[in-house]
Design a binder for this molecule. Structure first.
Ligand SMILES: Nc1ncnc2c1ncn2[C@@H]1O[C@H](COP(=O)(O)OP(=O)(O)O)[C@@H](O)[C@H]1O
Ligand SMILES: [Mg+2]
Length: 256
């Protein structure tokens, strides 16, 4: 069998050429990084968990008509996606103050925001992903005004969908990051949610205790991230709890 061609290796994933033109295989690694690679570790099982969680979120988004690159999961670590032309931005949506918003602006972590705040960062490791405004995005041609309008509406739909999905299992969606790509159909393109949506790219707090259920556990050395990400997967009903029988009783664990 011919060896498949690697297209790109990033910090958390590897992209391979897919079986058909216009497709890619996303392989989820166990590597964990924070602070733009300043902190690194291998967390056994993280890739498997993120592959499953991202599949779950993207499938739900597809089902409500929010286009994503996700086609299907292939195995424990790989999913088939549509190859898209990535917009070089990280789009952050915030519901509650945390992380860099709190540090930069002196707003206490945990302060609910009066409305979701959307921020754009240039995806450039060498520059440390600097924050940019719509002015920069248009002036430097990273995206057009129409794209920005579409990006904002996609980001808000993802926010509403994910906030509800997480709240149903007792988790508050504090903030998240998405990446968006252009899917070309002839001369036209439409914007689709690409990359991954997982506890690596979200801030998730337990609704009752406020415990962190995301990458901050790794960034701030708060405990085991494999256990934390498993907890999210288990609550979402996509992985059984240890010792739990799965036949006929899969589904989210509803919190009352
Ligand atoms: N559907 C897609 N088509 C093309 N590129 C994609 C797609 N989804 C994600 N990517 C890109 O693939 C890479 C995923 O690997 P990752 O380890 O997250 O890389 P990075 O370290 O650059 O963030 C990212 O650069 C992301 O922008
Ligand atoms: Mg990435």
């Amino acid at each position: 069998m011919a060896r498949r061609r690697m297209v790109y290796e990033g910090k958390a994933k590897i992209l391979y050429e897919g079986p058909e033109p216009g497709t890619l295989i996303q392989y989820f690694k166990d590597d964990a990084t924070a602070g733009n690679g300043a902190k690194k570790d291998v967390v056994e099982g993280k890739g498997v968990l993120n592959n499953r969680i991202s599949e779950h979120v993207m499938t739900g988004l597809n089902a409500i008509g929010v286009p994503t690159h996700f086609i299907r999961r292939l195995n424990m670590r790989e999913q088939l996606v549509r190859a898209v032309e990535m917009i070089p931005l990280e789009i952050v949506v915030r519901n509650v103050a945390a992380g860099s918003l709190s540090t930069r602006l002196g707003i206490e972590e945990g302060t609910p925001l009066p409305r979701p705040i959307i921020e754009f960062y240039l995806k450039d490791d060498a520059l440390g992903d600097p924050m940019v405004t719509e002015e920069h995005i248009i002036a430097f041609n990273w995206a057009a005004q129409q794209d920005i309008d579409d990006i904002i509406s996609l980001a808000l739909r993802v926010n509403d969908f994910m906030s509800g999905m997480m709240m149903g299992v007792g988790i508050r969606l504090i903030d998240f990051k998405i990446e968006i790509g252009r899917h070309w159909e002839g001369d036209f393109h439409r914007l689709v949610v690409a990359d991954e949506i997982s506890p690596d790219s979200c801030r998730l707090w337990d609704a009752k205790s406020g415990d962190k259920l995301d990458k901050d556990v790794f960034r701030r050395d708060l405990g085991s991230i494999a256990d934390t990400y498993s907890e999210v997967a288990q609550r979402l009903g996509i992985m059984p709890r240890p010792g739990e029988r799965t036949e006929g009783k899969r589904g989210p664990k509803l919190v009352h």
